[in-house]
Design a protein. Sequence first.
Length: 209
Amino acid sequence: MGIVDRRKREKAARRAEILKAARHVFFRKGLSAATVDEIARRAELSKGTLYLYFRTKEEIYISLMNEGIDILFAYFRQALKAKAGADRVLRRLKDAYYRFYKEHREYFTILFLYFHTDLHGKISRPIKERCEAKVEACLQVIADLIERGVTEGVFRPCDPWQMVLVGWASFNGIIMLAEQDHQHSSLLRFDMKKLLDLSAEHLISGLKT
């Protein structure tokens, strides 16, 4: 058992080193420009050794995405601890999402790009399903909160999941718009936090109407 345990620890440590190297490469270059060779060099491993742990660079990317989801989920759990009405907790979740974006922008980008790149055909089905299950679980806590609000009479009867998707699409749209180079257009100059707050208030107002 001692040898087996040691090998497991060594394998876990090596995998962690690969992900550490990948964070540096992906956060600096993005998915398209990054290469397995560069990640392997950064981790001081041969490419062959790296392939013992990950089949493709996309699978490495997904592993980093999972790290990001875990961070976001932790922020959500903290927000949900508030002893308050569903509308107030929903505002706290909005603030948690904004905090995740501000404090972990690279992870936010990795999470966002998963839904906007040709990534799905390059990862195995089990990995894809595990990843999407984590995303769904993260969003489900918001749907559960909305459902609680309906039960308590704070919100009108609605489809909680549909409302989550409306809010998620709105928030991501605002953030991505703010990420664009808007220096040449006065139309796109806005305070992102204020616009996110406004979007959240419209969502909450719609839930109450």
